[in-house]
Design a protein around this ligand. Structure first.
Ligand code: FAD
Length: 323
């Protein structure tokens, strides 16, 4: 795991301080939330394990004004913005987060403990890929999942859709918008008559023999090997990954989770990111598997604003009671 930003951060917050807010996860969602909190003059610390979901990708696309920026560069800028307004970023992994009186205590893997009045969870999610030899090695390069993130970059190429998920026609049809050479490999999924009609109508090929492996040469995909040994030439593959939110460290909080068409055990929140556990907000892929970088950052900003407003109202109520 790359903790590349440790040297770039200042960690002047005492470890056992009682912060206004702790942010777990320093991707687009967590950093955007922290900037909003820091700009609201809230003491905020981000704890980040340094493993954003899009790390394998060369550039971030579909992000207005910053198209193509390297994922690491975008986050480095975000950390600098947090620091500019007085927030901290600590490169560390959170082991547990628990309710502690009217706030929270977060324990890091190295045993350090931090306390806060509010918690913003922005830990993202992990992509589960079909177990096909050679597939994982190409993830983010030759194997892509999102037509909006990488579709333009693979336009006019020969694309193979590995149908490991019921949403495979959605993906096949969206990539068909970008190239006229799309083949679906059913890989255990049995297309419905409606799906077959859609693929046929759009000129998308269908291969129903088993997939054995991804074939590469000089680091690039050249085809898909079937279980009978034949190889179907392809340059790019797409898969719909299944997302599992990174919430193991939150077991002590009792968050309610549901399943989502793109993910499993996704914590539920309201439109502003507030969970059913008082004082806990979530933002980004941890609660919305379909959110791209822009939507994740927007959710973080919204959650940061709501946390600040919640603290303002609590402080105002306390001041009124003290009159
Ligand atoms: C290959 C690929 C390419 C993509 N390309 C694009 C693109 O071009 N454009 C686009 O808009 N979107 C793209 N996406 C989607 C993008 O990755 C997500 O939208 C975005 O990363 C979500 O941001 P996030 O802050 O919710 O989570 P993440 O970016 O995943 O950040 C979560 C952070 O939390 C940290 N964390 C997790 N658990 C802990 C813990 N216990 N303690 C401390 N820290 C923790 C992680 O280390 C990580 O740094 C791509 C996704 C993939 C998989």
């Amino acid at each position: 795991m790359a903790l590349h930003h440790r040297d770039m951060t200042t960690s002047h917050t005492p470890v056992d301080d009682h912060l206004d807010a702790l942010v777990i996860g320093g991707g687009a969602a967590g950093l955007a939330g922290a900037v909003t909190l820091a700009r609201s003059r809230r003491s905020v610390t981000v704890i980040d394990g340094g493993a954003p979901r899009n790390a394998p990708a060369e550039g971030v696309h579909a992000l207005l004004g910053m198209d193509g920026i390297a994922p690491a560069e975008l986050l480095a800028r975000g950390r600098a913005e947090v620091a500019r307004y007085g927030g901290d970023v600590i490169a560390a992994e959170v082991r547990t987060a628990e309710i502690d009186g009217d706030g929270f205590v977060v324990t890091l893997e190295d045993g350090r403990r931090l306390r806060s009045r509010r918690l913003l969870v922005a830990t993202g999610a992990v992509d589960a890929l079909p177990e096909i030899p050679g597939l994982a090695e190409q993830w983010g390069h030759g194997v892509v999942h999102c037509p909006y993130c990488h579709g333009w970059e693979v336009r006019d190429r020969s694309i193979g859709v590995i149908a490991s998920h019921p949403m495979f026609t959605h993906q096949a049809l969206l990539f068909r918008q970008l190239t006229d050479d799309v083949v679906v490999f059913t890989h255990g999924v049995d297309p419905t008559p409606e799906q077959r009609a859609q693929l046929l109508a759009r000129g998308i090929g269908l291969v129903e023999d088993g997939v054995a492996a991804v074939v590469t040469a000089d680091g690039s995909i050249t085809g898909v090997e079937l279980t009978d040994g034949r190889v179907v030439p392809r340059e790019i593959l797409t898969v719909q990954s299944l997302l599992t939110p990174r919430v193991q460290m939150l077991a002590g909080l009792g968050l309610r989770v549901v399943d989502h068409p793109m993910g499993q055990h996704v914590p539920t929140v309201d439109i502003g990111g507030r969970s059913e556990v008082p004082g806990v907000w979530l933002a980004g892929n941890v609660t919305e598997p379909s959110a791209q970088v822009g939507a994740s950052a927007a959710a973080g900003t919204m959650a940061g604003a709501q946390i600040n407003a919640d603290l303002v109202m609590a402080e105002t109520a306390a001041a009124v009671a003290a009159m």
